[in-house]
Design a protein around this ligand. Structure first.
Ligand code: NAG
Ligand code: NAG
Ligand code: NAG
Ligand code: NAG
Ligand code: NAG
Ligand code: NAG
Length: 331
């Protein structure tokens, strides 16, 4: 179970890393990443490294405001280390002794804001933050944990509708906090059809888990509403909501159209759908990674993540609304 969820908790990190990589040349002073990316406790030396480099190019995926080293691998490596948080404070604690919930990530970011202000002065810091991209991807872990709770017959478990209400109101509070700290450009990534990952197939009937997919879609719909709501309450907020559900769904249902040959079975693992045991050096490895959508029981292959990032960045309204990520940055 732990392994299963470790994988799940990490599933979005590669996409985020890839996305941020795509965005690296964009005209934003910084990209701050929040959500279910991992947390690198070694990156609290923000200011020393940052000094004299206000115009840093790459991104810090590990920690709110962490120093981008310019190395793509930095985000990628650390993405595999700890596990992720959710929207609600408790998510992740059941399986991991330490995750940093979204609320705490924002508190950490608030410290960074103070540091930036000290360094650059109030006006320049505010200006820099207002032009920065806030890349946020969160929620999947809450849904996985909800599924886990359901499997344990937790008597206090809310109904799905109630869960969604809690998630979206909590999410709105988090986004509002970031806005209040100076964030203006929000790149929000929705949840993939997590019910279709090899793991869900292996532990279920072999089909996509419809309940999980419905939850992911319903959460996307709720996010759309909350973003409209929030942006109507504050000034100068810009956002792009990426429909990762739609993007991934199309690939999963017509993998050949984009050059994949296998969209159900993981490339690396063992057992049914190659998703019943971890991807390690004893696992079975597929010969052609480029032909697989899934690397392991839940992570996309690098190629799949790149395709998704490209759609968010430059795709049409089906993939990102009301503007795509590229337009968000260009604004
Ligand atoms: C950032 O701000 C916090 C809180 O004020 C402070 O404790 C910390 O030393 C600062 N960090 C740097 C590197 O200036
Ligand atoms: C799952 O159950 C734990 C323990 O009861 C609880 O703290 C957590 O909030 C629940 N999470 C979800 C998403 O239902
Ligand atoms: C989400 O919204 C879409 C488009 O409005 C709709 O077709 C779909 O049924 C909704 N899904 C859920 C699960 O609410
Ligand atoms: C809009 O946001 C406010 C809080 O700012 C909240 O009370 C209200 O329920 C939200 N409305 C919807 C439709 O989500
Ligand atoms: C895969 O699983 C099968 C059946 O459990 C086992 O016999 C085999 O040794 C495993 N293969 C690898 C490469 O781990
Ligand atoms: C999305 O982004 C690209 C730039 O990458 C832009 O040229 C295009 O017009 C946008 N597409 C849509 C449909 O908004």
């Amino acid at each position: 179970m732990t392994n299963r969820n470790t994988s799940c908790f990490c599933s979005l990190s590669l996409l985020l890393a890839t996305l941020a990589f795509h965005l690296a040349d964009a005209a934003v002073p910084a990209i701050f990443v929040f959500g279910d990316s991992t947390v690198d406790v070694g990156t609290n030396n923000f200011i020393p490294e940052c000094r004299g480099k206000a115009n840093f190019r790459y991104y810090g995926i590990d920690y709110p405001g962490s120093v981008p080293t310019g190395r793509f691998s930095n985000g990628y490596n650390s993405a595999d280390s700890i596990g992720g948080s959710g929207i609600i404070d408790t998510t992740g604690f059941q399986l991991f002794t330490k995750v940093v919930p979204m609320r705490e990530q924002i508190q950490q970011f608030s410290t960074v804001c103070g540091n930036l202000t000290e360094m650059l002065g109030t006006e320049a810091a505010a200006d820099m933050l207002s032009k920065s991209l806030f890349l946020i991807s969160v929620g999947g872990n809450d849904l996985f944990e909800y599924q886990l709770n359901m499997s344990q017959n937790d008597p206090n478990l809310p109904e799905a509708q109630e869960l969604l209400r809690i998630l979206s109101s909590t999410y709105q509070i988090h986004l509002r906090s970031l806005y209040d700290l100076g964030a203006r450009k929000f790149g929000i990534v929705g949840i993939a059809p997590i019910g279709c990952c090899p793991l869900e197939r292996a532990h279920g009937t072999g089909e996509c888990n419809k309940e999980m997919n419905d939850l992911a879609q319903a959460f996307f719909n709720a996010t759309e509403v909350l973003l409209l709501n929030l942006s109507s309450q504050v000034q100068d907020m810009k956002y792009s909501l990426g429909n990762l559900y739609e993007i991934a769904y199309e690939v999963l249902h017509n993998p050949r159209s984009v050059g994949f040959k296998e969209a159900q079975t993981a490339c690396c693992g063992n057992g049914s759908y190659n998703a019943e045991s971890p991807c390690n050096r004893d696992a079975k490895l597929c010969p052609h990674r480029r032909e697989y959508v899934f690397w392991d029981a839940i992570h996309p292959t690098e190629r799949a993540a790149k395709l998704a990032a490209r759609a968010l960045f430059g795709g049409g309204a089906k993939y990102a609304t009301p503007v795509n990520f590229s337009q968000l940055i260009g604004d």
